[in-house]
Design a protein around this ligand. Structure first.
Ligand code: BF8
Ligand code: SF4
Length: 635
C-alpha cells in the first residue's frame, strides 16, 4: 500500500496506482518535483510587492533583516497574510454576488430560475426588516436584492446591513470597539490591496486588524449572503441519504462530474441530466450518473441528494477512472492540470465561467439568461461523448460509502423540535449542560497535498467523537468524513462515546429516522460555514452568553486555499479557537504569530488560531479547550 503516504482513501489509492501505470502525472508527482519548497515562502518571509524585490528575510537572523524598502519580517508576513485573506474573501464575495444576480433574475420572472423556498425568503426578509405582508414573493425578493446591492454600493461609513442583520449584538460591539466593522465588501477588499502595496501601512498590528475586518467581509458578504440567497433560490437542505467515493461512477452510465463551487450551474446540470436520461439510453447507456467534487458537489448533495465523487485532492483521479464523459467546472479549486489529464482519456472538460478558462478545455459561456439552454448543451455533449469511451481503460474502484447529509440549521432544529416542540434548542443545550455532549467542533476546509489525503480529518474527528464531542462539518472535510463512513448511524454505534451515542439515538428515533443520527453532521459547502455560525449564534443567544464562551471550536485540518484562511479569520473573530493542521505561511513573523495564536487575540476577541500538526494532539487540544469553556460556564 505505497499510496498511504498520499491518501488514506483506498479508491484514490487505486487510481494513483493506475496513474503511475499509465504514466499520468498527478498532484503528488508535481508536489514531489517541488521539493524542497522555499523556506522563505514557507515562513511567509518573501515579498514581491514591488519591483525592487523580491526581498526575503532570513528567519534565522543570519541574513538580511529588512527588505530593500525597510520592511521587516513581521511587516512582510502581515502584508502577505492580509492579501491572502482578502483574496479568500474576494472569492466568496464574488460567489455571493452571483447568487444575488441570480435572485434578481428570478425575481424578474426569468424562465431559468425561480424561488424555491418561500420560508427562507420570509426569514431573510424578516432579518433585514423588510415588510412582507400582502407582497408577492418576487417583490420581496427584489427588496432583498436591493438590500444586498446597497451593501455593495455603500459609500458611507455605516456597517454592512447583512452583518448587522445576522451577527450577534455582543460580537458587533466587540468588533466596533476594535474598529473592524466593514462598510462595503468591495471597498474593503480594494482597501486591503491598497493598504499592502509598497510604501503603505508599516504597522503589523494595524494590518492584523485589517485582516480581521476581511474575515468579517468573508463571513457576512461572502458566506452568509451566499447561503441565504442560495437557500431562497434552490431550497433549504433537509436530510438526504446517498453515497460517496469514486465507486459511485457507473460503467454502464454516462458519467458527468460537476466540480467547483456555485450551485447556479450545478443545479441546472442536475435538472437537465434528469430530464435527458432517455437520450442517454437511446445512445446505449443505462442512464446518466451525476457526481460532485468539491463544494458545488456539496451544494447539489445537500439539496438534491447527488452522490459525492470525491474531494479536492482526488479531482484528477476521477478522470483517471477512464469513465468520466464530462467534467463540468465553474469556479475555485479547479486544478489547471485537469485538461492535461483529460487529454489522456476521452473525458471532456467544460469550463463555464468567463474568469475560468483552460487551454485544452471546451468553454461554454454559462449565463443566467440562457442557463437552461447551456446546461442542456453540456449534458448533450456528455451523452455524445459516451460512445468515445475506451472501455479497456475503464477502472472504477469498487469503493463507495453510504452517507447522510442535509443538516441545515433548519433541519437540525426540525429534528430537535420532535423532542421539544416549543423549545427545540433546549434538548441540545440540556445535553451539553449535563455533559452527555462534551461540546462541538466544526471541521472545515480542504485537502492539502502536504498530508495524506483525508488522514488528518478522519483521525482527529474519530478522537473527538470518541470523547463525546459532536462534529459538524462542511467542504472537503465533510467529503473526507463521508468517504470514511462517519456520516452513518453505524458510525455512531462504532465510534461515538457512550453518552453522545445515547443522545444521537434519542434524537434519531424522535425524528423518525429509526436509527441514531450520524456523529458527524454535514452542513454543506464552504460558504455554508455560515450555517455553523448561525447554529452557534442561536445557542449563544439561547444561553445569553457570547459565542466565545461556548464549549465549541473550529478546525481546518488540511487547509490549502486562501478561502480557508479567510473563513478561519472569521471564526477567530467570532470568538472561536480555530485550529490549523498545516503550518500557515506566517511563522516567520514572530510578533504576528504571537498576536494571532496567543493571548492578544484571545483577550480582544475570545478566539485565536491554534496550530497543531498532529491529529491526536490537535483533538486533545480542542477537547482541553472545550473543558476549559465548560468550567468557566460552571457546567
Ligand atoms: O470551498 S474546502 S479545497 S473545495 S477551498 Fe476548495 Fe478547500 Fe475544498 Fe470548497 Ni473550501
Ligand atoms: Fe522588497 Fe519592500 Fe518592494 Fe517588498 S515592497 S519587494 S520588501 S522593496
Amino acid at each position: 500500500m505505497d499510496y498511504l503516504k498520499k491518501t488514506i482513501d483506498s479508491a484514490a489509492g487505486k487510481m494513483i496506482q493506475k496513474a503511475e501505470k499509465e504514466g499520468i502525472e498527478t498532484v503528488w508527482d508535481r508536489y514531489a518535483a517541488q521539493q524542497p519548497q522555499c523556506g522563505f515562502g514557507l515562513t511567509g518571509l518573501c515579498c514581491r510587492h514591488c519591483n525592487q524585490g523580491p526581498c526575503r528575510i532570513d528567519p534565522f537572523g543570519d541574513g538580511p533583516a529588512y527588505g530593500v524598502c525597510g520592511a521587516d519580517a513581521d511587516l512582510i508576513v502581515a502584508r502577505n497574510l492580509l492579501r491572502q485573506v482578502a483574496a479568500g474573501a474576494a472569492a466568496h464575495v464574488d460567489h455571493a454576488y452571483e447568487a444575488v444576480e441570480t435572485l434578481s433574475v428570478a425575481a424578474g420572472g426569468s424562465a431559468n430560475y425561480s424561488i424555491k423556498s418561500r420560508d427562507k425568503l420570509l426569514a431573510v426578509a424578516g432579518k433585514l426588516g423588510i415588510e412582507t405582508a400582502n407582497k408577492a414573493d418576487n417583490d420581496i425578493a427584489r427588496e432583498i436584492v436591493e438590500a444586498a446591492w446597497s451593501d455593495f454600493g455603500n459609500h458611507t461609513d455605516s456597517t454592512m446591513k447583512w452583518l448587522l442583520a445576522t451577527a450577534p449584538a455582543e460580537r458587533v460591539e466587540t468588533w466596533s470597539k476594535l474598529g473592524i466593522l466593514p462598510r462595503n465588501p468591495d471597498r474593503e477588499i480594494r482597501e486591503a490591496l491598497h493598504q499592502t502595496t509598497m510604501g503603505m501601512d508599516a504597522d503589523p498590528v494595524n494590518l492584523i486588524l485589517a485582516t480581521l475586518k476581511q474575515g468579517l467581509v468573508d463571513g457576512y458578504a461572502g458566506l452568509h449572503l451566499a447561503t441565504d440567497i442560495q437557500d431562497i433560490l434552490f431550497g433549504v437542505p433537509a436530510p438526504v441519504v446517498t453515497e460517496a467515493n469514486l465507486g459511485v461512477l457507473r460503467e454502464d452510465h454516462v458519467n458527468i462530474v460537476v466540480h467547483g463551487h456555485e450551485p447556479m450551474l450545478s443545479e441546472k446540470i442536475v435538472e437537465w441530466a434528469r430530464k435527458l436520461s432517455d437520450e442517454a439510453r437511446a445512445k446505449g447507456a443505462k442512464g446518466i450518473q451525476l457526481a460532485g467534487v468539491c463544494c458545488t458537489g456539496n451544494e447539489i448533495l445537500m439539496r438534491q441528494g447527488v452522490a459525492v465523487a470525491s474531494n479536492y485532492l482526488a479531482q484528477e483521479l476521477a478522470i483517471i477512472t477512464g469513465a468520466v464523459d464530462a467534467m463540468v467546472v465553474d469556479v475555485q479549486c479547479i486544478m489547471p492540470s485537469l485538461a492535461r489529464v483529460a487529454a489522456c482519456y476521452h473525458t471532456k472538460i467544460f469550463t463555464t465561467s468567463p474568469i475560468v478558462k483552460m487551454p485544452g478545455a471546451e468553454h461554454i459561456d454559462f449565463g443566467l439568461e440562457d442557463a437552461d439552454e447551456k446546461a442542456q448543451e453540456i449534458v448533450h455533449k456528455a451523452i455524445d461523448n459516451y460512445s468515445r469511451r475506451d472501455k479497456s481503460r475503464v477502472e472504477i474502484p469498487d469503493t463507495k460509502t453510504k452517507m447522510m447529509a442535509g443538516f441545515s440549521v433548519e433541519a437540525i432544529v426540525g429534528a430537535l423540535s420532535k423532542l421539544d416542540a416549543d423549545n427545540p434548542l433546549k434538548p441540545l443545550v440540556d445535553n451539553i449542560a449535563n455533559g452527555n455532549i462534551l461540546g462541538a467542533v466544526g471541521t472545515v476546509g480542504c485537502n492539502n497535498v502536504k498530508v495524506a489525503q483525508d488522514s488528518f480529518h478522519v483521525a482527529m474527528v474519530k478522537e473527538l467523537i470518541k470523547n463525546n464531542v459532536l462534529v459538524v462539518t462542511t467542504g472537503c472535510s465533510a467529503q473526507a468524513l463521508a468517504k470514511a463512513g462517519l456520516m452513518t448511524p453505524e458510525a455512531t454505534e462504532m465510534y461515538a462515546g457512550d453518552s453522545l451515542k445515547a443522545v444521537l439515538t434519542a434524537v434519531g428515533n424522535a425524528a423518525g429516522i429509526g436509527a441514531p443520527l450520524p456523529p458527524v453532521l454535514h452542513m454543506g459547502s464552504c460558504v455554508d460555514n455560515s450555517r455553523i455560525g448561525d447554529l452557534l449564534t442561536a445557542l449563544a443567544n439561547y444561553l445569553k452568553v457570547s459565542i466565545k464562551d461556548l464549549p465549541a471550536a473550529a478546525s481546518a485540518p488540511e487547509h490549502q486555499h486562501e478561502k480557508a484562511l479567510s473563513i478561519g479569520t472569521w471564526a477567530v473573530s467570532l470568538g472561536l479557537l480555530t485550529h490549523l493542521g498545516i503550518m500557515p505561511q506566517l511563522i516567520g513573523g514572530k510578533k504576528v504569530t504571537e498576536i494571532l495564536t496567543g493571548d492578544t487575540a484571545e483577550s480582544l476577541l475570545g478566539g485565536k488560531f491554534y496550530v497543531e500538526t498532529d491529529p491526536l494532539k490537535a483533538a486533545n487540544g480542542l477537547i482541553e479547550h472545550i473543558k476549559t469553556k465548560r468550567k468557566a460556564l460552571g457546567i
